[in-house]
Design a protein. Structure first.
Ligand code: BGC
Length: 922
């Protein structure tokens, strides 16, 4: 037995965070035991556990998180150890030395905010020299700076984080970070802190305004040195520090980029000056952002010399971060890097970045060095290099993917190459849009915390990675705004104009949806409790505004964003689709109310549970009255209409709704229409409502519009629009057209939930359902998912002889309801299994090698010579129509053909054709 991965509040060895409570989680692996008989958690202030300050033990302790009662002191490291005895008597104690460490908590700051003298507009670099009095056993730096800071001690960067102190509503608070710098301390030391503009004072927000939160560079720091003799020194920021101009030219920003000019001060005086004392509006708070660090190193795949004569680096993958390069250039060389996502007519292109200049400039001082920006990031695949001295050597350049630290938890592969690519594209979409908070896109003059995008993607995101701590930060920021907005959960943060806030469904519903996702995936009840007021306030606010005009129990007011970027709007380029906004909004209102009720249930708030349950029911009934005919037909006859009704469970009769949905798809020639509301859920809703085949069709069909279509056109991330890039490779427009928006990538949740079939029945997957949906099209699927309790696996493959092999793994302490598809005897078998690996091989009741059935669309047969030959023989007229690529007949099936007898498709002909087609195997 092995105990590992001890986490505190969802993080590994967190240092300097705001610990409102302390929750320890752990993992039990390498054991024959199925569950724990006894668990003991101990916390101590020393790694040897001589002085234990907290013990918690029992048989029912939850490895996904147990709260520890510790009266936390400031600037203290606590060690945590876990021992488990399994139900088979096996015992183990955690081996790794897990810890967490507090920052200053309530302790007053000795350091004060300092800033350059009035009139000094340049980028400052502050410095302090000091000597250590003796043997330093422990050194901690507590530091913040606005807009952004980067610190170096004795010439070496402090920590491995970028873009600190991260985004906050700086009117309210500014985070500070804590670094263990013990190993960097020498006898004589220099601490340097350089500041950039960042989100705080650079151009930011839809209005592209600078200085939203302040206009001055400021910093604050305390360096605590502990000596071997027990004494302490504190080096605190004050007027004894000095500053001078750095080599960064002013004008840097999140959108615009950065210029490092090694000759900036050449021939000019840059004396060290004395700072003045300052102060910021928001209060200093312990960090709640998880570190943003460099992850994948991206090599240059190709150096392209474009028709326009440009030199362009192709990294082969769209991502967010920056480029690092090795410079050994003559003094004065000015290198300009421009960033783009796509080439147009073979040339560099960046019009879709709109006002964001997205440029990195470097002026060489003639010194060899490794160069990279510090105060910005870019979203890109291509980089135009101008001004380089000589031929560009790809080895000199390397892309660095930047995102918030999150453990990757979902790994999925099938026998369908482009489905695998889609999975990868969605993950890259997530990585690129997880720089401190979930953003809509990482490249243009936006990169904002659009709540709808995050809501839509959060389910998929939380299978892909352990998002608990990352989203906790976003929820913290959202709550900060919500409190100021009297319950409204804004459509986007930052909120720049509180008078004109987007108060809309789907976006605002993140208030209830995100905490629900987090509780389902990570089983953190304490977190649910913390988010509960946010969930409730959102629903209460709508309820209040609804009752003010006489309680309709509908969210049918306010400007809504509707089915954003759907294709059935006024035109294919419209922002909004054709589905009734208020129908969508009211269904989401009902779901949010239900989620508040469920959360109340989990937290033991009985009255609330009943109240919000009843409210949800009232909304449901109001939706049925307003948007359904008396006999149960949905009056909102759009794809997203049906998807939303099925997703929210609002209908009079499900079978009827599903049938009408099918008719809608037929009328749409099976062309996907949905936008942000419909499309991400489409396959999942289909797969979970008896439309397995349709789900797979929409996922894998290659024509426009669809996921595979984008991949066919070269997508390496998820596009904002279905038609972001047209068939001929040109961008469809520049007004709002990003190639790295994750919303439509949420479809991968269907791969986890339905294709691999892994769903949580109890929070954290303590009890899971594993019900894979197998298909010839995918051939096999292998999922491995690292839940908070351990690794689940769900794997299936269709073997040559047509038999099915299924492998399921359930981690320690968990159980799963397994459903074997097309298992003999019953049509499917459901049974419960405990921890361990379980494997099944059987001959399915359905011929899994058959390529077609009566519902298969002819479009799926046109490349199959055998099928086309049979069609030509039995129904020559149909063959003619298919050869002519007749849209309607391409999207017809054997079932449909039978009803077209009046066009000459005689019953016997169709039956004979069917018999042959249904026999074809692949
Ligand atoms: C963003 C979207 C966002 C939308 C809502 C766009 O500009 O990029 O993803 O959700 O606005 O209005």
């Amino acid at each position: 037995m092995k105990i590992s991965k001890i986490k505190i509040n969802g993080m590994t060895n967190p240092v300097g965070y705001a610990f409102d409570s302390v929750r320890a989680a752990w993992l039990v692996t390498e054991t024959e035991a199925k569950k724990a008989d006894h668990v003991r958690i101990e916390a101590a202030e020393d790694p040897g556990f001589e002085n234990i300050i907290c013990t918690k033990e029992g048989s029912a302790l939850d490895s996904a998180g147990e709260e520890l009662e510790i009266r936390l002191k400031c600037r203290t490291r606590y060690y945590v150890r876990v021992s488990v005895r399994g139900d088979n008597g096996e015992e183990a104690v955690s081996e790794e030395c897990a810890y967490f460490e507090t920052a200053k908590r309530e302790e007053p700051w000795l350091g004060s905010w300092i800033k350059p003298q009035p009139g000094d507009r340049f980028h400052p670099i502050f410095e302090k020299t000091f000597s250590a009095r003796g043997d330093v056993t422990d050194a901690r730096l507590y530091i913040s700076g606005v807009g952004m800071y980067t610190a170096a001690l004795n010439g070496e960067k402090v920590g491995n984080e970028t873009l600190t102190p991260y985004f906050s509503d700086y009117h309210t608070e500014v985070q500070y970070q804590t670094y263990d710098v013990t190993d960097q301390i020498r006898e004589d030391n220099t601490l340097c802190v350089e500041l950039g503009n960042g989100w705080y004072k650079g151009a930011f927000g839809l209005s592209y305004t600078s200085g939203i939160y302040g206009s001055e560079y400021q910093m604050i720091a305390e360096l605590h040195l502990k000596y071997a003799d027990g004494s302490e020194d504190v080096i605190a920021s004050d007027e004894s520090w000095l500053y001078r101009g750095s080599d960064t030219e002013d004008g840097d920003g999140i959108y615009d980029g950065e210029t490092i000019n090694r000759l900036l001060w050449e021939g000019r005086d840059n004396p060290k000056r004395v700072p003045v004392s300052g102060g910021v509006e928001g209060s200093l708070t312990e960090r709640y952002s998880v570190p943003v660090t460099e992850h994948e190193s991206m090599p240059v795949r190709q150096v392209i010399h474009t028709p326009a004569g440009e030199t362009v680096l192709d990294f082969g993958q769209n991502f967010a971060g920056y480029v690092q390069f090795h410079a050994d250039l003559p003094k004065g060389t000015r290198v300009v890097l421009d960033f783009g996502e796509i080439l147009q007519q073979g040339n560099f292109y960046r019009e879709n970045y709109r006002r964001a200049k997205s440029q990195f400039v470097y002026v060489s001082g003639g010194r060899e060095e490794i160069v990279k920006p510090r105060f910005t990031f870019f979203g890109f695949r291509y980089v135009r290099v101008s001004g380089w001295d000589g031929e560009v050597d790809p080895e000199d350049f390397c892309g660095k993917a930047l995102y918030s630290e999150m453990e990757e938890t979902g790994f999925f592969v099938t026998g369908h190459e482009n489905v695998n690519r889609l999975f990868s594209n969605a993950k890259w979409g997530q990585k690129s849009n997880s720089i401190d908070f979930p953003t809509d896109c990482p490249q243009r003059d936006e990169r904002l915390g659009w709540t709808g995008d995050a809501q839509v993607f959060s389910g998929a995101a939380s299978y892909n990675m352990n998002t608990a701590a990352f989203y906790n930060k976003f929820l913290h920021d959202l709550r900060t705004e919500q409190v100021k907005l009297d319950g409204i959960l804004p459509g986007v943060i930052p909120v720049l104009d509180p008078e004109n806030v987007a108060y809309a469904a789907v976006w605002g519903d993140i208030a209830a949806f995100l905490p629900t996702v987090l509780y389902e995936r990570f089983a953190d009840k304490k977190a649910l409790e913390a988010y509960y007021p946010m969930m409730k306030d959102w629903v209460d606010r709508i309820d209040r505004d609804d009752s003010a005009r006489g309680h309709h129990y509908l969210f049918n007011f306010n400007a809504q964003m509707g089915d954003w970027l759907a294709l059935d709007g006024r035109s294919e380029q419209s922002m909004k689709g054709g589905t009734d906004d208020y129908f969508i909004a009211s269904c989401y209102y009902s779901m949010s109310a239900k989620m508040v009720s469920d959360a109340a249930g989990a937290l033991g708030y009985t009255e609330d549970r009943a109240h919000y349950g009843a409210l949800s029911g009232k909304i449901r009934r109001a939706v049925l009255r307003e948007y359904f005919t008396e006999s149960g037909k949905l009056a909102v006859d759009t794809q997203t209409g049906y998807i939303t009704a099925l997703y929210s469970g609002i209908y009079r009769e499900k079978e009827r709704l599903v049938e009408d949905f099918r008719t809608r798809l037929y009328k749409d020639c099976y062309k996907l229409k949905g936008g942000f509301v419909g499309a991400p859920l489409m396959c999942r809703v289909m797969a979970e409502n008896g439309m397995e085949q349709e789900a797979l069709y929409f996922l894998t069909q290659e024509g426009y519009p669809g996921w595979m279509h984008c991949i066919g056109l070269g997508a390496t991330t998820i596009w904002e629009r279905w038609n972001s890039v047209l068939e001929d490779g040109t961008m469809s427009g520049t007004m709002m057209n990003s190639l790295n928006h994750f919303a439509f990538g949420a479809v991968v949740e269907y791969l986890y939930r339905d294709v691999a079939g892994l769903k949580a029945l109890e929070p954290g997957f303590r009890k899971a359902s594993i019900a894979p949906q197998i298909s010839k099209k995918l051939g096999f699927a292998r999922l491995s998912y690292d839940s908070v309790y351990g690794t689940f696996r769900s794997e299936w493959k269709i073997q040559k002889d047509g038999s099915v092999n299924i492998l399921v793994e359930v981690p320690f302490g968990c159980s799963a309801e397994v459903e074997l598809p097309y298992a003999p005897a019953l049509d499917k078998e459901v049974f419960e299994v405990g921890a361990g690996v379980h494997e099944y091989t059987y001959q399915p009741t359905k011929n899994m090698n058959a390529l077609y059935d009566k519902k298969t669309l002819f479009v799926e047969m046109v490349d199959d010579e055998r099928a086309m030959e049979a069609i030509g023989r039995h129904t020559p007229f149909l063959k003619l129509l298919l050869d002519q690529r007749d849209e309607e007949f391409l999207h017809e099936s054997l079932t449909g053909l039978r009803e077209l007898f009046y066009m000459g498709f005689a019953e016997e002909q169709v039956d004979a054709l069917a018999e042959e087609l249904l026999r074809l195997e692949g």
